[in-house]
Design a protein around this ligand. Sequence first.
Ligand code: CU
Ligand code: ZN
Length: 526
Amino acid sequence: MGTLFLRGGTVVDGTGAPGRRADVAIRDGRIASISSGGDAPSAERVIDVGGMVVAPGAIDIHSHSDERMFVNNAMESALHQGVTTVVCGNCGGASAPVLGLAASELDRDLARHDVERTWTSFGEYAAAVERAGSSINVCSFVGHGTLRMCVMGAEARDATAGELAAMKALLASSLAEGAIGMSTGLIYPPSAYGATDEIVALATIVRERGGLYASHIRNEGDRLLDAVGEGIEIGRRSGVRVQLSHHKASVKRNWGKVRDSTALIEKARSAGTDVAADQYPYTASSTGLAVTIPNWAHAGGPLAMCERLRDPAVRVRIRDEYVETGRNWDAIVIARAAKHPEWSGRSVAALAGEVRRDPLEWTCDALVEHDGAIDIVHHSMSEEDVRFVMAKPYVAIGSDSSANAPYGALSFGKPHPRSYGTFPRVLGRYARDEKIVTLEDAVRKMSGLPASRLRLRDRGVLREDAAADVMVFDPARVADVATYEDPHRYPEGIALVLVNGEIALEAGETTPARAGRFLRLGTDAG
Ligand code: CU
Ligand code: ZN
């Protein structure tokens, strides 16, 4: 393979160091040299990147693209943002290992996209991802909810000693096969049914193997501080390194609490617990409509929940119970409902009002009709909180989305615009326009910082001999374009993306290269 030479750009290397004019040579998938003012060393191809920033490709530390490469291996909405690695298996749910209920639930999910599962273990999943040939690199956590489903279904109770031992064994073998750690989703059953002690026991295995523990904490609203406290406690007791996912305060009465939650994080950090966080740069979240149903009603899994929701007596019982979303029906907007494309972009309040139905009744009916699978966008956060969290140096950027595309099966509905806009939005709106962080720090938050959390050995920083995952962008033009009303739109200003030294995106077009690798704990990380 010949040398590729990126000439005349400003190198922002992902460490936070000031940008500097330098030429970057790439050979055999790696950065061969970063130098100022030399001639192109007999390069096969020279690309003039004058006026552009040359930065490490973004590492999306919080992705849900676990199965997207089997639907469309171009991973377009991620690639077009300059993302070169997605970290999957977040919020307690992963695609491997899968046994029992975990396998049947995944199969239901995959069937919606006509994908057939060819794996059971984590290692087999990794091999399947490699065979699918993704345009960008992939790695994954093991999901705590997935582990529970493998071993004990979706039962709403503590694990027995035997079940805990089985989960530990599955976790250990998955880490040995390359999983980069474990995630919990403590608002989502069945992960939510796990007590702190159970998670500490599993996190201890993660620590022993050098992995990371990522958590969608137990509450991001009224009980945010308790939930952050639990995350810190898990780190302190197990010794595991902790990543608090998509840090935020949800629902208006809780706005501003991120000042207290980040103070807790900082106190723990100075006391020696390795805890950090990430965020997506938007004031709306996105999840399943099923979060409006209390945890007890999820026992047995989504199909069992739907069966229960048919019972009017159950609906009466559900009505008065606390749920974190506050059932703010005006602010809950349908993103994707397979049987009703016309619902996309409309609030539950409006849709229920149109048919003169109570919104909770409407929600129960809609969930039953869709076997529990409806995606929502929930407008629940404050802009001031987003800015406050972003200014914290230990907060990385993660999209909390899965890869979509403006064509084909993945163009369905109105998913959260973060799927298309997260990283350019931080570079453009928050760094360049609002100056919440410097450009160098914005780049660090999406490359060097997530790489260090994951202990990715040779990615996330542009230096000689590192893997050549690179994005080139126009600092004056870079911007997100996707909106809640019109989300399937690629950002502006991303000029070039290299994955393992191959050009994956050029002049706004995805190339045929599928150079992404599956990154494993042990060989690539840890
Ligand atoms: Cu998530
Ligand atoms: Zn989450």
